[in-house]
Design a protein around this ligand. Structure first.
Ligand code: 4G3
Length: 242
């Protein structure tokens, strides 16, 4: 996968691309990452990329010319152009899977009060990482790029992301490591029992419990099978008794 981020702050991405799993993914050519300054494309004699808002009001907007020229110079026929804004479609794990299918993506990062509306006609997907406003799209772009890169074959070598929160529509079950007792808190006995089937069932039930307590909206969206429905009923009963 090739990712080109268009930004006024290309150096913002240095710590992201030089750290841990993402660095290894780039070194091993699972991903070809670059960040490009769209100011390099401005034809303005003062190198400006922004201007005041037509009709008046506070703030500045990114202008069409430098951004559209940067998109045109960096896209291929099959490139998906993604814009990070608070007005975009909410990012979730399903959306990450969809976007990570693309072989070539451009991720556009805005600043100031946002983009001239006409820039949107050059964009395939407008994405938001959540219902809050950031000073720039770069932090949002790092979130999206990280989530896409880690799904690629070989980036995470274990099968562990099949167990991730959200991959099965449930939150992750509680997990423990040694010591068996820490400051009076014990690892649940069942996890030390060696009964794989009981452990599987316990984990599924505790996944359902965590989701029921913290994110009931996820349960509303999920089709539960017979076993899951039964475990949810048990969880609801147990939580009533508490
Ligand atoms: C465009 C993304 C960009 C318009 C970007 C602000 C939050 C998100 C920006 C605009 C951003 C997000 C830059 N803030 N929730 N700030 O994904 O109004």
């Amino acid at each position: 996968m090739k990712i080109t981020v268009l930004t006024l702050f290309p150096e913002f991405f240095d710590s992201f691309t030089n750290t841990s799993i993402i660095k290894r993914a780039i070194d091993n050519k699972h991903v070809d990452f670059s960040s490009v300054n769209f100011r390099d494309y401005t034809l303005d004699k003062h190198n400006n990329v922004d201007d005041t808002v037509c009709g008046g009001g506070a703030g500045m907007l990114l202008t069409c010319q430098p951004i559209v020229d940067a998109i045109k110079a960096n896209r291929q026929k099959d490139t998906k152009v993604i814009m990070m804004t608070p007005q975009g479609a909410p990012l979730n794990q399903q959306k990450v899977h969809e976007l990570a299918q693309s072989d070539d993506v451009i991720v556009l990062c805005g600043h100031y009060e946002g983009f001239d509306e006409r820039i949107r006609s050059y964009v395939d997907e407008e994405i938001s990482i959540g219902d809050y406003v950031l000073t720039g799209g770069e932090t949002a772009a790092v979130v999206l790029c990280d989530a896409m890169i880690r799904l690629h074959d070989g980036v995470i070598t274990t099968t562990s992301h099949e167990d991730d929160s959200y991959e099965n529509g449930l939150l992750e079950y509680p997990q423990y490591t040694r010591p068996i007792e820490f400051e009076g808190q014990k690892v649940p006995d069942i996890l030390l029992s060696g009964h794989h089937e009981n452990i599987r069932k316990w984990r599924l039930k505790e996944s359902i419990r965590k989701t029921y307590l913290r994110r009931p909206d996820l349960l509303d969206k999920k089709e539960l099978n017979k076993e899951e429905s039964k475990l949810l009923s048990e969880v609801i009963e147990e939580e009533k008794m508490k």
